[in-house]
Design a protein around this ligand. Structure first.
Ligand code: FES
Ligand code: FES
Length: 210
């Protein structure tokens, strides 16, 4: 066996160090305040699991109660526990944007959020954005412009575009491209996506340079 260099980092010390950094950065789960739960005192870390625990979420404006293990992501809670399969599972590691939902109006990759951390927050999914008979303007524009091929990236794209237009109804092409930078389309439908997104922009701006 090779002698260890004096400054070499062992796997064990790396994991211990990484844990300390995560804790310092606030990544250790601390129960958020919600309407019917008292917030924990500062610095107190909630201990949950590993067995299933009952939690309440607010999904598309409605309360949802589910029993899940604390390790379950928001994405899997939506798809596997609540039957909301419009949010897609592709990479499961925050790299593709297919699982984008809104958390308090902000787009997040739901595969990177634990369901328990969504307590006390408003979660909106593609199902809450509009229905086939009453589509959100972004959904309607995507249908009109045929802005999908296989459709796996589409719910995430729509959610990212809807979020930026909610914040900035007159977003420019560049702002839309920036807002969807984390959404990967393996079918390469980007020109149709941007054209559809620009259609959903409020009137009053030029739809140029797609
Ligand atoms: S499935 Fe979440 S980012 Fe790809
Ligand atoms: S339409 Fe297939 S991945 Fe975008």
């Amino acid at each position: 066996m090779k002698p260890r260099k004096p400054n070499a980092i062992s796997r064990r010390s790396f994991i211990k160090g990484a844990g300390a950094v995560a804790a310092a950065a606030g990544l250790v789960h601390v129960r958020p305040a919600s309407a019917d739960e008292k917030p924990l005192p500062p610095g107190v870390i909630e201990k949950l699991g590993p067995e299933a625990t009952t939690i309440e979420l607010n999904i598309n404006g409605k309360p949802a109660t589910l029993a899940i293990e604390p390790r379950v992501t928001l994405l899997r809670a939506l798809r596997e526990h609540l039957g909301l399969t419009g949010t897609k599972l592709v990479c499961d590691r925050g790299a593709c944007g297919a699982c984008t939902v809104h958390l308090d109006g902000k787009p997040v990759t739901s595969c990177m959020v634990l369901a328990i951390d969504a307590r006390g927050h408003q979660v909106n999914t593609i199902e809450g954005l509009g229905t086939p008979s009453n589509m959100h303007p972004v959904q309607a524009a995507f249908v009109e412009d045929d802005a999908q091929q296989c459709g796996f990236c589409t719910p995430g794209m729509v959610m990212s575009v809807a979020a930026v237009l909610e914040k900035n109804p007159t977003a420019t092409t560049d702002e839309i491209k920036h807002a969807t930078a984390g959404n990967t389309c393996r079918c390469g439908t980007y020109p149709h996506v941007f054209a559809a997104a620009l259609k959903a922009v409020k009137p009053g701006r030029a739809t140029k340079d797609v």
